[in-house]
Each structure stands twice: as structure tokens, then as C-alpha cells.
Design a protein around this ligand. Structure first.
Ligand SMILES: Cc1cc2nc3c(=O)[nH]c(=O)nc-3n(C[C@H](O)[C@H](O)[C@H](O)COP(=O)(O)OP(=O)(O)OC[C@H]3O[C@@H](n4cnc5c(N)ncnc54)[C@H](O)[C@@H]3O)c2cc1C
Length: 353
């Protein structure tokens, strides 16, 4: 009988894990609560513009990531971002130097950063079941059964890989207590996942008529002392093929503290604050945007380390974890690497059955 894995979450960690498992001939099914692929590496289209709402770019942090992006997956549409990233301080003063830690080129795709997840799923050839929110796990002998909002998922699985942001994975495990997790220390696992805090963050998208640039023709500005209400401003025109001529599209990410304090504010209030903050950074009064878009990320970035030992203790029972919480930092490349590591561990389990 084939070794069967259920991957919960079609973010990049889950899709990368499923890719590796499918490549090795394992049977894998991915369940995703939303309608899309790529999770927080999200892209959206509006009025001829295509923009990245969550992760703005990815970097190549390992040979494995380089092989995946430049050799295994098609490179058509892969785009290197032009322009640097300048730092600014809490007073809005723009400073010289690279505001982001130097780590080589920054990459995305012409059709949006979510292309990375779409390529992983298409090349992997495994099914992704969208619109399926998992609500409970149940250990059945040596296998797992899954329940979703719409009812039980038919079939049983040898391994389950949980990739939602840690607080959501904790909710899922908590709902499986007291007896769904077999002999596992469910409360210990929930406590470990709850230990991983996440920042909230707003992404505000502002479309202006006319050409606006950032100082020094930078691609983006980043607040490095974490004292400003704006954390990040990027000019989406720095990505080839994204914004029609005669328009400028800015992505403004509000600071985590500001986003937490204003989480339930009306969109107009948040957009007005983003326009004001951007105007004062650029030293000019900006016109009203032609249109704007807003995404509230409840779980934007993990805040620090998680108890990896506690999570690994579940592996002998076929329960695995991946996602950026395991690296303690919101990074596309890091999330993908956790997916690959989880797949290696699951393949090891399959080999010993
Ligand atoms: C505003 C913002 C800016 C960022 N900027 C950058 C950047 O410039 N560069 C960079 O490298 N990284 C950046 N990041 C971080 C990067 O996006 C993440 O680290 C990475 O995408 C996380 O991938 P993941 O697979 O761990 O999680 P996710 O992408 O969150 O995937 C988890 C998936 O699980 C699904 N899910 C959750 N619960 C359930 C359930 N019960 N049932 C089914 N499915 C479920 C979710 O819908 C989601 O699709 C940014 C993130 C944000 C939010």
C-alpha cells in the first residue's frame, strides 16, 4: 500500500513539502482553507496592475532553493527586482546604505510572487483541495483521520503535515484533544505552538496617476529602528510588467504596533494614514489615490523561536510541522526549506514501514 500524506495548508512550506513527496512517488493530498495557492506569498490583480500583497520578494538562501528556482521550476516570468532598499528612521529621515541585510538579488515573478506556489503544485502534479478548512485530527491505530468544516475527509493517512501559522495549528490540535491525538502529548504540542507569537500587519496598496519615484530611485524604503508607523514602502513599478505606464503603485506596510492598535479601524482610516505617512516620507503632499486595496494580516510574521524539540516529538506518530514559525522569521526561502526538511523526515518514516 502506498504511503499517504495529508498536507494541511497550501502556503509555500506545504506546497514545497508536497512537491518533494510527490517527486519521490508518495501519495500526497494538500488541503487549503482559502481559494488560492501560496498563502502569505499572495498576489492580486486590479485595473491592469498585478501586485504582491504579502511577501514582496524572495531571496536565494541555499543551494537547494537555487536548484528549485533556477533549474527545477520553469524560469519563464522569473523577475529580478531592480533598485535598492534605503533605510529610514523613526523621524522619517531617509538614510544612505542598504536597509535590508545584504543577501544577493531579490526575486519575484512577472505574474506575481504567488506563481512560485502555482509552479510547485503544477510541477508536483498532486491534488490541492481548496476551500477545505481542517478542524480536527484523529489518530486511528497507526494512521490519521481528518475532519474538515464540511465533514470527515474520506480515507486515512500515514502522515499529517501541519503548515498553518503556529496559532492556527495550535487551534487545530486543541480541537483534537482530549483523545484525538492518540498517545501524543497534545497539550505540550499546543503549548509549544502557542509559544510562537506573530506580528499583525496591514498591507496597503495605493495607485496614483502619474510617475512617482522613491529617493535615489530606490525600489523600496524600510524602517530599520522600528519606531515609525510605516514599516515598509515598495514601488511595485520596480517589478517588470506589473504596472501600466503613467501610473505608480506603492505597497505600504504599516508597522506591527500600529497595525495591532488599529486592527479594527475602517479601511478609509488606514488608507488615509498610509497616504499621509508616505507623503511625509517623500516630502510632498500626495494626491488622493485613484484606488487602494487593503489586506489585514492577523499572522504576518513570527516573532521568534519555537520549541522545535517539542514539535519533533510528534514525528514517530506521523505528525509533522513546517512553516516559517520553525525558523522564527517570516521568509519565503526559510518556509520552503522547512517544507523540504519535513518531506525528508516523512520519506524516512515511509522507508521504515
Ligand atoms: C505583509 C508581509 C510581508 C512579507 N514580506 C516578505 C518578503 O518580502 N520576503 C520574504 O521572504 N517573506 C516575506 N513575508 C513572509 C512570507 O510571506 C512567509 O514567511 C511565508 O510565505 C510563509 O509560508 P508558510 O507556508 O509558512 O505559511 P502560509 O503562507 O501562511 O501558509 C499556510 C497556509 O495554511 C492555510 N491554513 C491555515 N489554517 C488552515 C486549516 N485549518 N485548514 C486548511 N488550511 C489552513 C492558510 O490559508 C495558508 O494558505 C511577508 C509576510 C507578510 C504577511
Amino acid at each position: 500500500m502506498n504511503h499517504r500524506t495529508a498536507v494541511i495548508g497550501a502556503g509555500l512550506s506545504g506546497l514545497a513539502a508536497a512537491f518533494r513527496l510527490a517527486e519521490a512517488g508518495h501519495e500526497v493530498r494538500v488541503f487549503e482553507k482559502s481559494r488560492g495557492l501560496s498563502g502569505r506569498a499572495a498576489s492580486r490583480s486590479r485595473e491592469g496592475c498585478r501586485y504582491d500583497l504579502g511577501a514582496n520578494y524572495f531571496t536565494i538562501s541555499s543551494n537547494e532553493m537555487a536548484r528549485l528556482v533556477f533549474q527545477t521550476l520553469p524560469t519563464e516570468g522569473l523577475t529580478r527586482i531592480v533598485g535598492g532598499i534605503l533605510p529610514f528612521d523613526r523621524g522619517g529621515k531617509i538614510l544612505p546604505g542598504d536597509g535590508d541585510r545584504p543577501h544577493g538579488s531579490r526575486w519575484t515573478y512577472r505574474d506575481g510572487i504567488s506563481t512560485l506556489g502555482k509552479l510547485l503544485a503544477a510541477r508536483g502534479g498532486y491534488p490541492v483541495e481548496n476551500g477545505v478548512r481542517l478542524t480536527r485530527l484523529e489518530r486511528a491505530g497507526t494512521r490519521w483521520r481528518l475532519e474538515a468544516e464540511g465533514g470527515p475527509i474520506p480515507g486515512e493517512f500515514d502522515a499529517v503535515l501541519l503548515t498553518p501559522p503556529a496559532p492556527q495549528a495550535a487551534d487545530l490540535l486543541e480541537a483534537s484533544l482530549p483523545d484525538g491525538l492518540g498517545g501524543l502529548d497534545g497539550e505540550g504540542l499546543v503549548a509549544a505552538l502557542r509559544g510562537a507569537e506573530y506580528f499583525r500587519q496591514f498591507s496597503v496598496v495605493l495607485n496614483f496617476e502619474g510617475e512617482f519615484t522613491l529617493p535615489g530611485d530606490a525600489y523600496a524604503l524600510i524602517n530599520t529602528d522600528r519606531g515609525h508607523d510605516l514599516a515598509w514602502v515598495a514601488r511595485e513599478n520596480g517589478k517588470a510588467g506589473r504596472v501600466p505606464g503613467g501610473q505608480t503603485l506603492f505597497i505600504v506596510q504599516m508597522a506591527p504596533d500600529w497595525s495591532s492598535h488599529h486592527y479594527d479601524d475602517a479601511p478609509a482610516t488606514i488608507v488615509a494614514e498610509a497616504v499621509d505617512g508616505l507623503g511625509s516620507l517623500l516630502g510632498e503632499a500626495l494626491p488622493s489615490p485613484v484606488w487602494s486595496d487593503l489586506q489585514r494580516w492577523r499572522y504576518a510574521h513570527p516573532r521568534g523561536a519555537i520549541d522545535l524539540e517539542a514539535l519533533r516529538s510528534a514525528a514517530p506518530s506521523g505528525l509533522y510541522f513546517a512553516g516559517d514559525a520553525l525558523v522564527g522569521r517570516g521568509r519565503v526561502a526559510g518556509a520552503i526549506e522547512t517544507g523540504f526538511s519535513a518531506a525528508t523526515a516523512i520519506l524516512g518514516q515511509g522507508a521504515h514501514r
